[in-house]
Ligand binder design. Structure first.
Ligand SMILES: O=C[C@H](O)COP(=O)(O)O
Length: 249
């Protein structure tokens, strides 16, 4: 039975005081579903967030990490550094990292390998741009993003992989993929996995949808059979909205 997961990606928002305030509000929310709840604060606030969420059932995850073990990579954070402060899950491949920081399938494959070698779980993001969808190429684009960064892995590695389909045209735009569009793509993603690794693996991998998920559309999206949760940006910055989404299953 695959896990239902709602992860809040705070992106480059919330200083220390704001992190404290938001976590205090999150801790007061009641969870009425079995969904796993994660938050991804900025790197500077991970240690504080890790400590202040203890006992809340909320997992603190990182938004990014470098592919090297350590070394001369000014400004970067390693998997070992994350592990050393209790962070066991990392988001990799977010479209903003691909677009603004030139992350490619090849560098992401290296990050994936490093994270797995440290025993971390990965929320691996991908998704097509608007031009791809208009050209009817969304499955080709998504298929290659998955294959190029993940298909060198062994089947057993997928125990630690969560996939997040995020159509770039729906991120932060208020424009959401319809529940049917999300389901169609998630079914395609699961079939892509099944073709390579078999049905048993494909059925166990959680596939999250991200892109303008809000309290008023989460339930419709989450009821689709291949949608196992969400990667939430803007709405994760408000505790009530975020938990309304968590409780939408
Ligand atoms: O990581 C989260 C996604 O980029 C979605 O962001 P959004 O909910 O603000 O559209």
């Amino acid at each position: 039975m695959r896990k239902q997961i709602v992860a809040g990606n705070w992106k480059m928002n919330n200083d220390l005081a704001q992190t404290e305030t938001l976590i205090a509000s999150l801790a007061k929310q009641a969870k009425t579903t079995d969904a796993e709840v994660m938050i991804a604060p900025s790197a500077t606030n991970l240690w504080h967030a890790y400590n202040s969420t203890k006992g809340t059932g909320i997992e603190v995850v990182a938004q990014n990490m470098h592919f090297a073990e350590n070394g001369a990579y000014t400004g970067e954070v390693s998997a070992s550094m994350l592990k050393s402060i209790g962070i066991n899950t990392v988001i990799l491949g977010h479209s903003e990292r691909r677009e603004y920081f030139n992350e490619t399938d090849e560098t992401l494959a290296k990050k994936v390998d490093m994270a797995l070698s440290k025993g971390m779980r990965i929320i691996f993001c991908f998704g097509e741009e608007l031009a791809d969808r208009k050209a009817g190429k969304e499955e080709t684009v998504v298929g290659s993003q998955i294959k190029n960064a993940l298909f060198h892995l062994a089947a057993a590695d997928f125990q630690d992989i969560i996939l997040a389909y995020e159509p770039v045209w729906a991120i932060g735009t208020g424009e959401t993929a319809t529940a049917e569009q999300a389901q169609d793509m998630h079914a395609f993603i699961r079939k892509t996995l099944a073709d390579k690794y078999g049905n048993d693996i494909a059925e166990e991998v959680s596939i999250l949808y991200g892109g303008s998920v809000k309290p008023n559309n989460a339930e419709e999206i989450f009821t689709k059979p291949d949608v196992d949760g969400g990667l939430i940006g803007g709405a994760s910055l408000n505790a009530e909205d975020f938990f309304a989404i968590v409780n939408a299953f």
